[in-house]
Design a binder for this molecule. Sequence first.
Ligand code: ZN
Length: 116
Amino acid sequence: MAKKPGNGRCVHCLREGVERNWDHVFPKSWYPDTTTADMEKWQIPSCIACNARYGKLERDLIGRLGLALDANNPASAGLAERALRAINPDVAKSEGDATARDARAKKILREMYKGE
Ligand SMILES: [Zn+2]
């Protein structure tokens, strides 16, 4: 299913005749390292804007959930490590990347529920 779905209706916003690409129902980054290569990863036709918008939300969500997952459980293998890397400026590829990782970490800390 590598080829783009072409123009048509977006499954998210229902606009007709829009340029679309394939949106993974479960983002590729959400699959643990133990996922077999032959496992089918469902994809749906989405307009570019919706795919980008939901992709941002999905990355933010897995970044938070990944920090709460058991790194030693095969069902979530690799997800905690990826979440930690995403907020670690020491593994950044550039100064801008380091700044983004640091900002992501601070945002998560700022928005955490800390009790009353
Ligand atoms: Zn859309």
